[in-house]
Design a protein around this ligand. Sequence first.
Ligand SMILES: O=P(O)(O)OC[C@H]1O[C@](O)(CO)[C@@H](O)[C@@H]1O
Length: 201
Amino acid sequence: MTTDLAWPIALTIGVDGVMSGATGAYDKLLGDLDGVYLNDGAFAEAVAAQGHDRLAYHVDEHRYGSDPGALIVGTSTLLPGRVGDEFAMTRGHLHARADRAELYHCLSGRGVMLMDTVDGRSQAVPMTPGVAVHVPGHWVHRTVNVGDEPFVTLFCYAADAGQDYDLISDAGGMSQLVVTDGADGWITRPNPRHTGYGSAA
Ligand SMILES: O=P(O)(O)OC[C@H]1O[C@](O)(CO)[C@@H](O)[C@@H]1O
């Protein structure tokens, strides 16, 4: 028996994303998301109006190691908003070990899990409280807040997965944009800057 065996732990997770037992946390600020949105002018206006340091999303996580088989469990709280006609979103990534899957469960708010494969498939899954999305390995993924309240998800993925962020920026963004439908809903529309993911992963 190994001596550094992790102990089981109970985590308390609120619908507001607050998690007891977290071992780490980080914030992403609006100004950190330069290049993520299609409309650079609208992004500059949003930063000028709301400030570089306006919180975009907050992540709490619990991890106990990075051995193959270990899990990272956490919450992501994505604030509402728009940049141009695009809804607020995370940077998005493919796992550096691309075959690693991830589970997201919506705790509160209204969002979309936007996913692409590098060979051209795309999927946008609506998420409301109680909906879980199983993101299989090899799918690029990001969350998008299409509501007026924080969009809070519980996530769980392999601790050795890692994140590749360059794949999306090198491709000019994901293949689809999640934009307002002009009323109180959302639609996807092709991203005119998307160049395809090349031969990656
Ligand atoms: O890592 P990104 O793409 O900035 O998005 C953050 C989200 O993804 C995660 O890294 C989980 O994969 C969480 O931290 C959060 O849900």
